[in-house]
Ligand binder design. Structure first.
Ligand SMILES: O=C(O)C1=C[C@@H](OP(=O)(O)O)[C@@H](O)[C@H](O)C1
Ligand SMILES: C=C(OP(=O)(O)O)C(=O)O
Length: 434
C-alpha cells in the first residue's frame, strides 16, 4: 500500500480462501425502487443490500421523495422500505443521482409515470452529464412525458414533471438495456395497457431478463409476445415479496475468480451460483473455457488454477465482467479478442479507449476498434502507473496485475466506492494472508 491516492500491488503469489460478495448493484437498486412502488402499507425487508455510492444515490432519492426507508442498526445491509404506490409523500426540487445509471434511467421513467405535474430536476455528476439518454427521453416524450434537457439535448440534467400516459412505445435498444428495464418498471403503473417494442439489436440482454425476473417477484405481470415485444397490463400495483435477499454481485465476483485462477486457489466466492439471475455469472463459464478449474454450486463458485489460454468471445451480454478478461488476457497464452462491446464507450468512461491506453502502459500489444479490443501480452510485463478515469472497474480489473513480477500502481483506488468500497482492503487481506 502506498499513499491514499494510489495503491501498489506486487508479486502476489497466492489467492485462496473465501470471499463473501457484497450485494449486486443492479439487483439492489431495482429492489429498492420496486419496494417503494409497492402498495401503501406494504413493507419489504431487503437483505444483503449493497452499500456503495450507486445504492446511496437511490436510497437518498427515495428518502427525498418521502419514502420511509429504515436501515437496521445491527446491519446496514438490512433495509426496510415502506411502499407508497408511486404516490410520493414529498416533492423534491432536484435529485442528484451521481453516476448511477441504475438510478437515473429507472427513476426518469418511473417519475415520468408518477409525478403528476410536480417538477423535479434529475441530475448527476460530470460524467453522468455526458452519458447519453436521448433514446429513453424520446420514447417517454412520445408517450406524453414532459422532459426538458437543461443543458444539452439528450443528456442530464433533465427537468421532468410526469405526463407519461400512453404506453404504445418503441425504444431503441442498441445503446443501453437500462432504457428498456426502466420502461418495463414504469409502464405497469399507467392507467392503460402498454405495448413496448424494442428496435435495433438490443445490448446487454441478460439485464432485461433480470428486470423481468424481479418484476415477477414483485407481483407485476408482463407478457412477452416475442423477443422484442412486450404487452404490459396497466393499473398494476407492485406487491411486496415480504423479505427479499439481494444476491451477491456477479460482476464483482469476476475479480475474485480471476485472482483465484492466477493465485492458485481454491478460492470460493459466496453469494452467487448456479441459479443466479445475473448474466455476469457466465464469467465463470468463460474462465473455465480459458483453462481454469471452476465448480459452480447453488450459491457459490470455486476456482482453481489452470494454464490459461486466450479467450475469443462476443461478450455483449456481460459488458461489466468482460473488462476483467481484458486484464486477465495479460496472463493468457495467445491473443484475447473481446468482441461486440461498443457500449463500453458510454459507461463510466470510454472504457475501450481507457483499457487500450492502460494495457499499453504495461507493454501489451492492443488493437482497439469501434466495438472490440484485442490484447496480446508482452514477453515481459512492465510496471505501470494505471490511470483509473474515475471508473471502479478500471481499478478493480487492474488489481490482477499484482500477480506479475513487476507489479502495478493503481491511481485513485477509491473510485471503487461506486460499487465496492472495500474492494482493495479485502484484496490485500486475501492475497497477503494466503
Ligand atoms: O441494468 C443494469 O443493472 C445494468 C446494465 C448494464 O448497462 P447497459 O445496459 O447500459 O449495457 C450494465 O453495464 C450496468 O452496469 C448495469
Ligand atoms: C456501467 C456501469 O454502471 P451504470 O449502472 O452506472 O451504468 C458499471 O457498473 O459498470
Amino acid at each position: 500500500m502506498a499513499d491514499t491516492g494510489s495503491i501498489t500491488l506486487k508479486k502476489l503469489r497466492q489467492c485462496h480462501g473465501n470471499v463473501t460478495l457484497p450485494g449486486s448493484k443492479s439487483i439492489a437498486n431495482r429492489a429498492l425502487l420496486m419496494a417503494a412502488l409497492c402498495g401503501a402499507g406494504q413493507s419489504t425487508v431487503l437483505t444483503n443490500v449493497l452499500r456503495s455510492d450507486d445504492t446511496q444515490r437511490m436510497l437518498e432519492a427515495l428518502g427525498d421523495l418521502g419514502v420511509t426507508v429504515t436501515i437496521a442498526e445491527h446491519d446496514p445491509t438490512h433495509i426496510t422500505v415502506s411502499g407508497c404506490e408511486g404516490k410520493w409523500p414529498q416533492h423534491p426540487a432536484a435529485l442528484d443521482l451521481g453516476n448511477a445509471g441504475t438510478a437515473m434511467r429507472p427513476l426518469l421513467a418511473v417519475l415520468s409515470a408518477t409525478l403528476q405535474g410536480n417538477r423535479c430536476i434529475l441530475t448527476g455528476d460530470a460524467r453522468m452529464q455526458e452519458r447519453p439518454i436521448a433514446a429513453l427521453i424520446e420514447s417517454l416524450r412520445a408517450g406524453g412525458a414532459h422532459i426538458d434537457c437543461l443543458q444539452q439535448e439528450g443528456y442530464p440534467p433533465l427537468e421532468i414533471s410526469g405526463g407519461l400516459t400512453s404506453g404504445m412505445i418503441e425504444i431503441d435498444g442498441t445503446e443501453s438495456s437500462q432504457y428498456i428495464s426502466a420502461l418495463l418498471m414504469a409502464l405497469p403503473l399507467l392507467e392503460t395497457d402498454s405495448v413496448l417494442k424494442l428496435t435495433g439489436t438490443v445490448v446487454s440482454w441478460p439485464y432485461i431478463e433480470l428486470t423481468l425476473s424481479m418484476l415477477e417477484r414483485f407481483g407485476i405481470v408482463v407478457h412477452q409476445i416475442c423477443r422484442q415485444e412486450f404487452m404490459i397490463p396497466g393499473q398494476q400495483v407492485y406487491q411486496s415479496p415480504g423479505v427479499y435477499w439481494v444476491e451477491g454481485d456477479a460482476s464483482a465476483a469476476s475479480y475474485w475468480l480471476a485472482a483465484g485462477a492466477l493465485g492458485g486457489g481454491p478460492l470460493t466466492v459466496h453469494g452467487v451460483g448456479r441459479h443466479s439471475i445475473q448474466g455476469d455469472v457466465k464469467f465463470a463459464d468463460y474462465l473455465a473455457q480459458m483453462g481454469a478449474q471452476v465448480t459452480i454450486e447453488e450459491h457459490s463458485i470455486t476456482v482453481k488454477k489452470g494454464v490459461l489460454r486466450a479467450l475469443d468471445a462476443d461478450l455483449n451480454a456481460i459488458p461489466d465482467a468482460a473488462m476483467t478478461f481484458a486484464t486477465l488476457a495479460l496472463f493468457a497464452q495467445g491473443t484475447t479478442h473481446i468482441r461486440n462491446i461498443a457500449n463500453w464507450r458510454i459507461k463510466e468512461t470510454d472504457r475501450l479507449q481507457a483499457m487500450a491506453a492502460e494495457l499499453r502502459k504495461v507493454g501489451a500489444h492492443v488493437v482497439e476498434t469501434e466495438e472490440a479490443i484485442s490484447i496480446t501480452p508482452p514477453a515481459h510485463l512492465q510496471h505501470g502507473i494505471i490511470d483509473t478515469y474515475n471508473d471502479h472497474r478500471m481499478a478493480m480489473s487492474f488489481a490482477l496485475l499484482g500477480f506479475s513480477e513487476v507489479g502495478v500502481t493503481i491511481l485513485d483506488p477509491n473510485c471503487c466506492r461506486k460499487t465496492y468500497p472495500n474492494f482493495f482492503t479485502e484484496f490485500c487481506q486475501i492475497t497477503q494472508s494466503s
